[in-house]
Write a protein of this length. Structure first.
Length: 122
């Protein structure tokens, strides 16, 4: 989806080092909402968490946060594997998800991370 102007991928999810990741992965996506649309974005994004629950294979969960200085939002998603994340990105569900949030997003910068350690219920 890198061809969509609102998205600026920071990592290669398909080749190189990403192809050797065998365990859980984190999506960390920094969002800038369109001016005056932050509340709309939050409502749309959290509504999507509810709508998509149980429909995306390998999706463990999400967290959504706001920068304390008001400069943007962060979405953190946990998937059980890179393969399941990539299948989600290639799915019609993902395309529909983008169409739902797109009106509220000025900029998005996703990056994928291999989960190295986990503690607590985050």
């Amino acid at each position: 989806m890198a061809n969509q102007s609102m998205i600026s991928d920071r990592t290669d999810n398909l080749g190189g080092a990403a192809s050797s990741v065998s365990g859980p992965v984190l999506l960390v996506n920094l969002f800038t909402a369109r001016p005056g649309m932050e509340a709309d974005f939050i409502a749309a994004q959290t509504g999507e968490y509810v709508r998509l629950k149980g429909l995306v294979e390998g999706w463990i969960g999400n967290r959504l946060g706001r920068a304390v200085d008001g400069s943007g939002l962060v979405n953190i998603a946990l998937f059980d594997s890179m393969a399941n994340y990539n299948a989600w990105r290639a799915s019609r569900l993902f395309a529909d998800h983008l169409e739902i949030i797109k009106p509220f997003v000025e900029k998005s910068a996703p990056g994928m991370y291999e989960l190295l350690y986990s503690a607590g219920d985050l």
